[in-house]
Design a protein around this ligand. Structure first.
Ligand code: PMP
Length: 329
């Protein structure tokens, strides 16, 4: 394959049959390999669409700066798109996120601002901080991934189309977790437009409020999770109107089980949101029954978490079980 621009490397990721998950669910479960994107996560797609949308609206001008608040992956996507198009980036991240994502952003030349983790209502929250920095910076735009629906449009126009084509139009269900909600809403809308019978399930981690919202109509969070990039407490503009048929709540222990299984038995090194998504896909597969075909998202590479979920000391500090094989070495 030859492409004219590094930006053409975004999307068109492979879809892999996940053998262990398929066996556990008694049906076919496929993972969309978003770690194949140049920034190694699903967020490259949203970053490209947000930048192209800002250009089309005349908001982003030559030499301009893109400012964003992010758990890291959107920042990495924006920084690489910005580098390819001649823009600058200022990225605001909560300091609880992995060192690897911060190092990657600095390596890409982004200006990185870290802030203490805070509730959304707090003006110091990373999203509000990034909006203020955008307002105070000359020739800057705020990417606003949570409420900018260019984000979910990326998944309606690319991710959903790819999944539909890769599965030859035989898709019974799709599930993933929500950070901004761009992926679940966009892929959900895109697949429903192909066939409204496709079942769309939200897979929510503990500590997020969406499971309760879709099950009982009220935003309510219970428990917590160490997963980065997912866990939403409000209905973002991207989530507004998402066609959710059913919902599952998945613990970190269940997600980590699938992270370990995929690493040890399938050779895939992934982040925890991917493990949580696969646990959700297994739950959906059991619900839809034998013969069903389910897709989910393998959101990012595990190399981004060598200092966290793949680090036995870090895992022990969070009262989580280290990878068993790491205890022998
Ligand atoms: N997993 C990871 C690792 C992420 O960084 C993100 C993005 N925040 C997601 C999942 C969720 O994607 P979305 O923002 O489209 O809901």
């Amino acid at each position: 394959m030859t492409t004219a621009s590094t930006l053409d490397l975004i999307g068109n990721t492979p879809l892999v049959l996940l053998k262990g998950a398929s066996e556990a669910a008694g049906c076919e479960i496929y993972g969309k390999c978003e770690f194949y994107n140049p920034g190694a996560s699903v967020k490259d797609r949203a970053a490209l669409f947000i930048v192209r949308d800002a250009e089309a609206q005349g908001l982003l001008k030559p030499g301009g700066t893109i400012v964003e608040g992010t758990a890291g992956n959107t920042g990495i996507g924006l920084a690489l798109v910005a580098n390819a198009l001649g823009y600058k980036t200022i990225i605001v991240m909560p300091e609880t996120q992995s060192r690897e994502k911060m190092d990657t952003l600095r390596a890409l030349g982004a200006r990185l601002v870290t802030v203490p983790a805070a509730p959304y209502a707090n003006p110091g929250h990373f999203v509000h901080t990034s909006r203020r920095i955008a307002e105070e910076t000359e020739n800057a735009v705020w990417a606003n991934q949570f409420d900018n629906i260019a984000n979910r449009r990326a998944h309606i126009e690319t991710t959903a189309e790819e999944i539909w084509a890769q599965m030859d139009g035989r898709v019974d269900g799709f599930t993933c977790a929500a950070g901004t909600g761009g992926t679940i809403a966009g892929v959900g809308m895109g697949l429903k437009a192909k066939d409204e019978k496709v079942q769309i399930a939200l897979t929510d981690p503990y500590g997020a409020a969406l499971y309760h919202y879709f099950a009982h109509g009220e935003l309510k969070a219970e428990g917590n999770s160490v997963a980065e990039g997912i866990g939403q407490g409000r209905i973002t503009a991207n989530l507004d109107g998402a066609p959710i048929d059913t919902q599952f709540r998945i613990s970190d222990d269940e997600g980590l089980y699938w992270v370990r299984q995929m690493l040890a038995e399938e050779g895939l090194c992934l982040g925890l949101s991917s493990g949580i998504n696969v646990a959700g896909a297994v739950a959906l597969g059991k619900q839809l029954g034998a013969g069903s075909r389910i897709a989910t998202i393998l959101c990012d590479t595990g190399f981004r978490y060598l200092s966290t979920i793949y680090n036995p000391d870090w895992m022990t500090s969070k009262s989580l079980p280290p990878m068993p094989w790491q205890l022998d070495s």
